[in-house]
Design a protein around this ligand. Structure first.
Ligand SMILES: CC(C)(COP(=O)(O)OP(=O)(O)OC[C@H]1O[C@@H](n2cnc3c(N)ncnc32)[C@H](O)[C@@H]1OP(=O)(O)O)[C@@H](O)C(=O)NCCC(=O)NCCS
Length: 176
């Protein structure tokens, strides 16, 4: 399927949020507020415009979206900047055609280019390992809330980048 992946622009915000809302409509584990999360993240310092990407059909219709935003890994007085992958959304009619994968690969590449060192995701353990994500527990990086260990994953963008990092992840205020 031919799609174009590009940075989200201000004029896309409404359409993006509609896509996010629709993508999560039938997801059991969802609280159906992911579109509001996207809206809130954009208003914080954690928002990186270059890491909010939309997938479009050739006629420019938006059918998917991904957002990576800044978070911190905190240990005592030490802080390490990382990114949260949340959320990633594809309209139900276009799922399982590789759109989600293209969005994730493109976002990873862009994050690397911007110099970020790691990405953290809370998600399905059958999905994210194909992109290189591994259990965060392998690095002594803990979630700030109770989640199944295998669902909390990390991707190093440079080998060994997290070797000396430990601590608890602190999400931006948009997540609270
Ligand atoms: C998750 C999502 C973004 C994937 O996008 P997509 O375009 O369907 O994904 P792709 O076509 O690239 O990949 C499809 C693969 O992902 C798997 N997959 C999709 N959603 C999955 C999920 N929630 N859990 C586990 N695997 C999932 C499919 O089983 C399929 O695997 P296969 O290739 O082995 O058959 C999309 O399904 C979606 O928007 N879901 C609703 C919102 C959501 O749950 N987002 C993720 C949580 S942040």
């Amino acid at each position: 399927m031919e799609i174009i992946i590009r940075q989200e622009q201000g004029l896309d915000y409404q359409a993006t949020e509609a896509v996010v809302k629709e993508a999560f409509r039938h997801v059991e584990q969802s609280d159906k507020t992911e579109h509001l999360l996207v809206n809130k993240i954009r208003k914080t310092d954690a928002f990186i415009p270059e890491l909010s990407l939309v997938a479009c059909l050739p006629d420019q219709t938006i059918i998917g979206h991904i957002m990576l935003s800044e978070i911190k890994i905190k240990y005592q007085s030490e802080e390490t900047v990382s990114l949260a992958l949340a959320p990633v959304s594809v309209l139900p009619a276009y799922q399982r055609k590789g759109v989600g994968s293209q969005l994730i690969y493109k976002a990873i590449k862009k994050a690397e280019q911007l110099g970020y060192l790691s990405i953290i995701v809370l998600g399905h353990e059958d999905y994210y390992p194909r992109f290189g994500f591994r259990e965060a527990a392998l690095w002594q990086i803990q979630p700030p809330f109770d989640v199944p260990q295998e669902a909390f994953m990390v991707l190093e963008l440079r080998e060994g980048a997290l070797e000396k990092v430990q601590g608890v992840v602190e999400y931006s205020e948009a997540f609270s």
